[in-house]
Design a protein around this ligand. Structure first.
Ligand code: MLT
Length: 235
């Protein structure tokens, strides 16, 4: 099988039919989604805007919104994975909007791939096992930051590629670069990611939790969220 790396801005140039798409937003949307489902959340509805997300409060949804790395005022939750460890979330439905992650999911959905999976370091091996079992070509969709490249999503794409080398062939230079970046820094991912623009954003915002360290845990989560209609669920 073949694998490719794309970013949201360029995604419309490609054909996703019969491909598995993995949406990657390591800091923090896809990490947070994995934690939510590990906690027992029933389903997550990716939503485009905070205004639209607010509408779901009246329909027994928990509403969650992040913009520019900060929780949006008036919402139940933001986008720190620590918030989603709370057992009161078990069995609940969440309407969720983030700056880049939910936008990438909805863009991919519009293009009707075979499946849309959610990837993070937390569910790395569970995700790779599911990719291999699909026997389909693969697109690693790095959400980035406002259509700019970001380091941590590409680093993670390299980690996925490193687990798939026996099964998939890299079909573009973006994949070759991602794998080279990962193999060069696999021994200390945190040191590299702490230099990233998003980690610096967290520092400037005086984030109260160490979300960078949390989002770099490997294989602490066994669930692989995937799109089922308009909702993310764990099958
Ligand atoms: C995003 O979706 O852009 C990120 O997850 C933003 C964040 O949570 O800091």
């Amino acid at each position: 099988m073949k694998l490719y790396i794309h970013t949201p801005a360029l995604l419309p140039l490609y054909d996703l039919s019969d491909k598995v798409v993995v949406v990657i937003d390591i800091l923090r949307a896809t990490t947070t989604m994995c934690v939510a489902f590990q906690t027992g959340v029933s389903k997550i509805l990716p939503v485009s805007t905070p205004e639209e997300c607010l509408l779901f409060k009246d329909f027994d949804f928990i509403i969650a919104a992040e913009r520019n790395a900060q929780k949006v005022g008036g919402f139940d939750l933001g986008n720190s994975p620590f918030e989603y460890e709370n057992p009161i979330l078990a069995g609940r439905n969440i309407a969720f909007t983030t700056t880049n992650g939910t936008k990438a999911i909805k863009m991919a959905k519009e293009m009707n791939p075979a499946s849309i999976l959610i990837g993070s370091f937390l569910n790395l091996s569970a995700l790779c096992n599911q990719i291999i079992a699909s026997k389909k070509d693969l697109v690693l969709l790095c959400a980035g930051w406002k259509d700019k490249y970001n380091l941590e999503d590409t680093l993670y794409a390299g980690a996925v590629i490193n687990q798939l080398l026996q099964t998939y062939e890299m079909r573009d230079d973006a994949a070759l670069c991602a794998h080279a970046l990962y193999t060069q820094h696999a021994g200390d991912l945190e040191a590299l990611v702490r230099k990233s623009s998003h980690a610096q954003r967290f520092t400037l915002l005086h984030l109260q939790t160490d979300d960078v360290k949390y989002c770099l845990q490997i294989d602490t989560c066994k669930v692989v969220p995937q799109m089922d209609g308009n909702f993310l669920r764990v099958k």
